[in-house]
Design a protein around this ligand. Structure first.
Ligand code: SF4
Ligand code: FES
Length: 258
């Protein structure tokens, strides 16, 4: 059984250029093809007709890299929960559907072309503090550095974040707090992340604010749109870490000569 749909796609020639929706028919599709494969088919047809193919970002196509970034029918990453755009399949739609496809909409993620946005703002937040300086060397013996099971599990949950930006696109305030919370918590829960714990959260939050992301509005659209189902509980953890870091920075002992 095949299905045919109409795509209403945001076309924009470049950064700062005016954009508009353009309709394209997508006919006789295999329901088991992925959404990106469907776009490949449409692009092949456009190319054969001598028209400009639809620009969209992708890399791994298996929910790992966070590159795909489509808003499908108003939802970042589409209608299904817990999957990235590349893991959305045409069987999620019905024959005859009109499917609206847009780029992530947030001021810190300007459109580069069509469905591709510049999400390098996330790189700058990561560069501000999303690292450790402890020498990790080769893999240590598993029990050499005990980590409580609860902390290890939580750190693994936070480490699932693929940096896609759907949390920002889903938030009416374009908040990046779920992303920052995941990155801060992932490292802050591990012994190796303690040395820079305060410096990390202060620098990442300051960078996030400086880049124009808004604050959390406590409606949790972020975690609903997150392909890795990162819990908004991590935002509460981020707020706690941030408050403690601000407090400790205010009462930091001053060394002689400073
Ligand atoms: S928290 Fe979720 S939605 Fe936000 S960047 Fe990470 S994986 Fe993407
Ligand atoms: S293309 Fe890598 S997560 Fe979708």
């Amino acid at each position: 059984m095949s299905l045919s749909v109409t795509l209403r796609v945001w076309r924009q020639a470049g950064p700062g250029k005016p954009g508009q929706f353009v309709d394209y028919p997508a006919k006789d599709l295999n329901p088991n093809m992925s959404f990106l494969e469907m776009l490949d088919v449409v692009n092949d047809e456009l190319t054969l007709k001598g028209e400009e193919p639809i620009a969209f970002a992708h890399d791994c196509r298996e929910g790992i890299c966070g590159t795909c970034s489509l808003v499908i029918n108003g939802k970042p990453h589409g209608p299904q929960q817990g999957v990235a755009s590349c893991q959305t399949y045409m069987r999620s739609f019905r024959d005859g559907d009109l499917i609206v496809v847009e780029p992530f909409r947030a001021r810190p993620f300007p459109v580069i072309k069509d469905l591709i946005t510049d999400r390098s703002a996330f790189d700058r937040i990561q560069q501000a503090g999303g690292f450790i300086t402890a020498r990790t060397g080769s893999a240590p013996e598993a029990n050499a550095l005990p980590v409580p099971k609860g902390d290890a599990d939580l750190a693994m949950d936070a480490a699932q974040c693929i940096g896609c930006g759907a949390c920002v696109a889903a938030c009416k305030n374009a908040s990046a707090m779920l992303f920052v919370a995941a990155k801060v918590s992932h490292l802050g829960l591990m012994p190796q992340g303690q040395a820079e714990r305060d410096r990390r959260v202060l620098a990442m939050v300051e960078t996030m604010d400086g880049l124009g992301f808004g604050g959390c509005v406590n409606q949790y659209e972020c975690s609903a749109a997150c392909p890795k189902l990162i819990s908004h509980d991590f935002i509460a953890r981020l707020n706690g870490d941030y408050r403690r870091a601000v407090f400790r920075a205010a009462f930091k002992p001053v060394a002689a000569g400073e």
